[in-house]
Design a protein around this ligand. Structure first.
Ligand code: PHE
Length: 344
C-alpha cells in the first residue's frame, strides 16, 4: 500500500520542481497535470484498494497533488501574461561582461587649441570668448582698418545677407575691441575661436578656421614683454630648445608689427618640406597695440600700452600631427578623428 502513497508523493515533487521554460512546455505541463486527461485523476480509482483507515489520508494526498498542479499552472500562466520583461529577465546573465561603450576622442584642432590655452593660462591670461557674427566696427573700424582697406573687400569677408555692416568675423582681433570697450586695464586675455574668410578651399586653405588671439594692456608694457611672452609660449609648445625670430611686418592695428617664426621642430632646423628648407616656420602675427586702437576703444593711450598677437590653429595642428590636407580637419571622418587622443 505504501507504494501508491509514494507514487503520489513523487508526483507532487515532480509538479513542484517542474520548470517548463517555453509556451509549449507549459502546455505540456497543463495537459499532463491539469487537463481533462491528467495523470492525477485515474489515481483516485485506486482508493478502493486502500484499507479503510488509510483512505482519508490518501484522499487528502491526492487533493494536495491536484492543488499543487493547479496552483503551479496558475503561476506559470501568470508569469507568461505578466509580460515579456519577466521572461527576458529570466534570461539576463548578470555575470556577462558589458558591451563596450565606444569612446570619442578630441578633435586635433581642439587638442592644439587647449594646449595653447593651457600654456597662456599658466602666466595669467584669461580666456575671453566672443561672437562669431560681428559688426563692422568691432571687426574692422575699431581695429584701424579704414573703409577702403582691401581686407574689407566683399571677396574676403562674408557679409550677412542684405547687410553691409554685419559679417562673420575674419579674425579674433574683433575680441580685442569687445574686451577693451567693456573692461578696464590691466587686461590680459586670450581669445580662441572660429573665423571665416571667403577663400577658395584647397589642401592649404579653408573658408573657416580657428585662431587664438592674445591681448595684454597695462602701464609700461613693452616690446620686450611681448618677445619674452612669445618665447615662453614657443618653448612650452615646441620644446625647450626652440628658437624664435621676429620679422618686421604690417597690421593696421599694431605698430610696430611683426611675424614670428619658430625654429623647425620637425627637422631640428636642418631643412625639410614643412619649413620649405629654411629651418623656420611662421606661427603668428603680433605687435604693440596701435595707440589709435586704444583710443578707439576708450583707453587712454598716454597711460597705457599693450601688445597683441594672433595665431592660426589649423596649421599648427597640421604640423604637430603631420596632417597634409586642411580639409581633413573639417570633414569629420571618424576613421581620421579616432586616431587622436589627449588628456587636454
Ligand atoms: N589678426 C591678425 C590676422 O588675422 C593677426 C594679429 C593679431 C596680428 C594681433 C597682430 C596682432 O592675421
Amino acid at each position: 500500500m505504501a507504494e501508491i502513497f509514494q507514487t503520489v508523493e513523487q508526483l507532487i515533487k515532480d509538479i513542484e520542481t517542474a520548470q517548463p521554460d517555453s509556451i509549449e512546455a507549459i502546455e505540456q505541463f497543463r495537459i499532463k497535470y491539469v487537463g481533462s486527461k491528467n495523470i492525477i485523476k485515474p489515481l483516485s480509482k485506486e482508493i478502493r484498494n486502500i484499507p479503510n483507515e488509510q483512505r482519508k489520508d490518501f484522499g487528502q494526498l491526492l487533493n494536495k497533488a491536484k492543488k499543487a498542479a493547479e496552483s503551479k499552472f496558475q503561476h506559470l500562466k501568470d508569469s507568461l501574461e505578466s509580460g515579456v520583461e519577466e521572461a527576458e529577465g529570466e534570461e539576463l546573465d548578470l555575470s556577462a561582461p558589458p558591451m563596450p561603450i565606444p569612446l570619442g576622442s578630441r578633435h586635433p584642432v581642439s587638442i592644439t587649441m587647449n594646449r595653447i590655452i593651457d600654456i597662456f593660462s599658466r602666466i595669467g591670461f584669461i580666456v575671453a570668448e566672443e561672437r562669431e557674427i560681428e559688426d563692422d566696427w568691432h571687426n574692422f573700424t575699431a581695429m584701424n582698418t579704414p573703409e577702403d582697406h582691401p581686407a574689407r573687400d566683399m571677396q574676403d569677408t562674408y557679409y550677412l545677407k542684405d547687410s553691409t555692416s554685419m559679417l562673420l568675423r575674419t579674425h579674433t582681433s574683433s575680441v580685442q575691441a569687445r574686451v577693451m570697450t567693456t573692461q578696464k586695464p590691466p587686461i590680459r586675455i586670450i581669445a580662441p575661436g572660429r573665423v571665416y574668410r571667403n577663400e577658395t578651399i584647397s589642401a592649404r586653405s579653408h573658408c573657416q578656421f580657428h585662431q587664438v588671439e592674445g591681448l595684454y594692456i597695462d602701464k609700461d608694457v613693452s616690446f620686450a614683454d611681448l618677445k619674452q611672452t612669445l618665447l615662453y609660449f614657443a618653448q612650452e609648445m615646441y620644446g625647450a630648445e626652440t628658437k624664435i625670430r621676429l620679422r618686421p611686418s604690417y597690421f593696421p592695428f599694431t605698430e610696430p608689427s611683426a611675424e614670428m617664426d619658430v625654429s623647425c621642430f620637425i627637422c631640428d632646423a636642418k631643412g625639410c618640406n614643412v619649413c620649405k628648407y629654411t629651418g623656420w616656420v611662421e606661427i603668428l602675427g603680433c605687435g604693440m597695440v596701435d595707440p589709435q586702437v586704444l583710443e578707439n576703444c576708450g583707453i587712454d593711450s598716454k597711460e597705457y600700452t599693450g601688445f597683441a598677437f594672433g595665431m592660426g590653429i589649423e596649421r599648427q595642428a597640421m604640423m604637430l600631427y603631420d596632417i597634409n590636407d586642411i580639409r581633413l580637419l573639417f570633414e569629420n571622418d571618424v576613421r581620421f578623428l579616432k586616431q587622436f587622443q589627449s588628456a587636454l
